[in-house]
Design a protein around this ligand. Structure first.
Ligand code: HSE
Length: 328
């Protein structure tokens, strides 16, 4: 399968790295970052472009734009991994609409278009007989969408709650374990490529809230917008609050919750016992799914990171090439 990648930051480079290292039947024929692009219908050497990006800050030539690639490159699936814009979803929304209209599959890690325009994009994909996949938008490497859509098919999910933001979890862990200040821990999370391009999305709880909206709209079919989520972030949490909790064998985690029975969505820091299942460390996410048939299932895994998020993108691409393109 030939793929075009839009966005060559942490996730885009992770995808290129995996394709270079593993023989997965995926060929990159085009790549664009925010300032440049490159195309080759016979296949691009991913490692060469990663090096070029490191050396020059660009992945290709300045005249080649994302729109140009969508309309002129030879590819079967567009991989859209540009930064999230939670207000307008642009420019990603326009890229995805264009690629779907051109009859190309789309795989994205971009939360904006899925949170804001899922129904429209899904219809467009269906009209064109192609796939729109977005596993990487929620909980990084954890296959939560796949689990909810297929693994738990036939179950009614009563409630779903847990840790949806790797950056906040990393910050809380580093503050509690290493006594870093909030600012020091946030700086580390940014340097390690975990935080969003705009890290206020992480620390103010917006990123976790967007992920709840995505699950609410795509899996539960309860149409929600970001404004419907009750949100409190960790940005005003002090080291003293964490220390006080630690004295009583408690700790603080940013917990997101969908109550499917009441139709409510909420994100807030909560004090929980240190030995609770949801007290995971560093960039781990942990989500408990409470269902009528299977009971409770908890998924734990890396919620952020270059290769980890790329893992979810690769899984979507292989799902399309193995299941969709070859028929049922
Ligand atoms: N910034 C996000 C997080 C990346 O820290 O969870 C994955 O969505």
């Amino acid at each position: 399968m030939r793929i075009a990648i839009l966005g060559f930051g942490s996730v885009g480079r992770g995808i290129a790295q995996i394709i270079a290292e593993k023989n997965l039947g995926l060929t990159i024929t085009a790549i664009a970052d925010s300032k440049s692009g490159c195309m080759d219908s016979t296949g691009i050497d991913p490692l060469e472009i990663i090096k070029r990006k490191e050396d020059t800050g660009l992945c290709g030539e300045k005249g080649i734009t994302a729109e140009y690639i969508i309309q002129n490159a030879e590819y079967d699936a567009l991989v859209e991994v540009t930064p999230t814009n939670a207000e307008t979803a642009e420019p990603s929304l326009g890229y995805i609409r264009l690629a779907l209209s051109e009859g190309r599959h789309v795989v994205t890690s971009n939360k904006g278009p899925i949170a804001l325009n899922y129904n429209e994009l899904k219809e467009l994909a269906e009209e064109n007989g192609i796939c729109l996949k977005f596993e990487a938008t929620v909980c990084g490497a954890i296959p939560i969408i796949q689990t909810l859509q297929y693994g738990l098919a036939g179950n009614r999910v009563k409630k779903l709650y847990g840790i949806f933001n790797g950056t906040c979890n990393y910050i809380l862990t580093r503050m509690a374990d290493e006594k870093l200040t909030y600012k020091e821990a946030l700086l580390e999370a940014r340097e390690l490529g975990y935080a969003e391009a705009d890290p206020t999305y992480d620390v103010e709880g917006i990123d976790a809230a967007i992920k709840l909206v995505i699950l609410a709209n795509t899996i539960f079919g309860i149409n929600k917008r970001l404004e419907d989520v009750e949100i409190t972030g960790i940005n005003s949490l002090t080291s003293q609050a964490l220390e006080l909790a630690e004295e009583d064998e408690l700790t603080i985690r940013l917990i997101g919750e969908i109550n499917n029975e009441k139709g409510t969505l909420k994100v807030s820091p909560r004090v929980i016992p240190k030995d609770h299942t949801l007290v995971v460390h560093d960039t781990l996410n942990a989500v408990t799914i409470d269902t009528d048939l299977a009971g409770e299932i908890t998924l734990i895994g890396k919620g952020a990171g270059s290769i980890e998020t790329a893992s979810a993108i690769i899984s979507d691409l292989l799902f399309i090439s193995n299941c969709h393109d070859r028929g049922p």
